[in-house]
Design a protein around this ligand. Structure first.
Ligand code: AMP
Ligand code: ZN
Ligand code: ZN
Length: 406
């Protein structure tokens, strides 16, 4: 009897170890608004460790518009915003007269706005438990579209508590333990908006976020998971300074037309009456100064910003550093504290984010040029050896050379 128990015990241990070998660990971290060059300021020693021991890309190209929700959701779905549904941080659905905004938690949790499939859902369909300490799209209903473990977004949650949350999930018994986890910090975005890209506050934010990376490494070592965990550090977009002298009031140009304005700042979306689209477009084209105006049908393909019913007929993309206003937002701007922002053409250098990756799946000390954020979803699928959705925009071939043995 004793022998049988010992054999059964040994077999259980063996199956656990085989199973654990078959499921990698990936922690996907975002530092919001961390511009591609912030990691070169000499205030991020833990990113330096990732550079030395892993893969570093020159930059991570965001998608248009270079805003938070469209890009975080593009990273986890592998789809351009036109296909993943989050075409902006706020979206107007003219068919239902409904409004989505990242400040409206009931809409943020409403799965109707979110198309495609986030990686945590793909993972869970394949038996890989996921967890999210914040990520746009992680709180949506129905339940099967969310990670098994998640936290409701709380902007003020202490950064250390977020790292502890990740570690506590990784300490769960093996059968309950997540293998794909996300973690999010926003200090670089917040300080960038408020104090500008060259401020000491941004440097402090870089240092603060980087020290959370250090804390995570330390705690992973304590639970013996440092060597077996893949850490991927990204940002959603960069940041660029604005000025009160670099604004264009679009309403001054098309004052005689009754249009619906959406967004504003680095880009603007305009919906004229159906029979006035061309007139409004021609007028904007004639006055095209410090911005590019497009219609949904002639916007260059590289923007990938037309194939979605919620994108209005006219799209304006301001030159980098220029700010588009209406009468209403001019008044608002006079009072606002923002001195830097993002949302411009995703190919401009200042809008580029970061990509660093370290762990058993990745090459060591390897440098690459710019990576596209939509290619991260197929990369994750490859690391976990599961099939990605077939309708994604990202391509494994664009990114798999950063993996070991490739
Ligand atoms: P923005 O700079 O306007 O593109 O958006 C950045 C802001 O998005 C951050 O300062 C957060 O307040 C907010 N944010 C980030 N992640 C989430 C989330 N998961 N849920 C709600 N708001 C979020
Ligand atoms: Zn952001
Ligand atoms: Zn921002």
């Amino acid at each position: 009897m004793k022998k049988i128990i010992i054999i059964l015990f040994a077999l259980t241990l063996l199956s656990i170890s085989i199973y654990s070998q078959s499921q990698p660990y990936v922690i996907l971290i975002s530092f919001d608004g961390f511009r591609w060059d912030y990691a070169n300021r000499g205030v991020s020693p833990n990113i330096d460790i990732m550079k030395k021991d892993g893969v570093s890309a020159l930059s991570l190209r965001p998608d248009f518009p270079s805003k938070t929700f469209p890009n975080h959701y593009a990273i986890v779905t592998g789809m351009y915003p036109e296909n993943n549904g989050l075409i902006a941080n706020s979206i107007y659905d003219p068919f239902r007269n409904a409004q989505y905004s990242l400040r409206d938690s009931s809409q943020v949790r409403n799965g109707r706005w979110y198309l495609g499939e986030a990686f945590w859902e793909t993972a869970q369909r394949n038996g890989i438990i996921s967890a999210s300490y914040f990520w746009p799209g992680s709180e949506i209903s129905p339940k099967y579209r969310r990670p098994e473990y998640y936290e409701k977004y709380d902007h003020t949650r202490a950064y250390k508590a977020r790292v502890d949350g990740i570690i506590n999930w990784l300490k769960l018994p093996y059968a309950k333990r997540p293998h794909f986890l996300t973690l999010y910090f926003s200090a670089t975005d917040g300080m960038g908006h408020e104090f500008g890209t060259d401020s000491k506050e941004v440097n402090q934010a870089i240092f603060k976020e980087d020290s959370m990376l250090g804390l995570l490494f330390k705690k992973l070592k304590e639970i013996n998971l440092y060597d077996s965990t893949n850490v991927i550090l990204v940002s959603d977009h960069g940041m660029s300074d604005i000025s009160k002298d670099r604004t264009v009031n679009i309403q001054n140009i098309i004052r005689n037309y009754d249009v619906k304005y959406q967004q504003g700042g680095p880009f603007m979306l305009i919906q004229p009456k159906p029979n006035e689209v061309n007139k409004v477009y021609q007028l904007l084209l004639k006055n095209q100064n410090h911005f590019n105006v497009y219609t949904k049908t002639n916007i260059p393909a590289r923007f990938h910003y037309s194939d979605n019913p919620f994108i209005p007929d006219i799209i304006i993309s301001a030159d980098l550093g220029w700010y588009l206003t209406t009468d209403k937002s001019v008044k608002y701007m006079a009072k606002m504290k923002t001195v830097a922002t993002h949302g411009w053409d995703n190919n401009t250098l200042d809008m580029q984010g970061i990509f660093f990756a370290m762990g058993p799946a990745f090459k060591v000390g390897y440098k690459t040029a710019t990576i596209n954020n939509i290619d991260i979803y197929p990369l994750l699928s490859k690391i976990f050896n599961i099939s990605p959705r077939s309708n994604i925009d990202g391509k494994l071939a664009n990114i798999e050379f950063i993996l070991k043995n490739r």
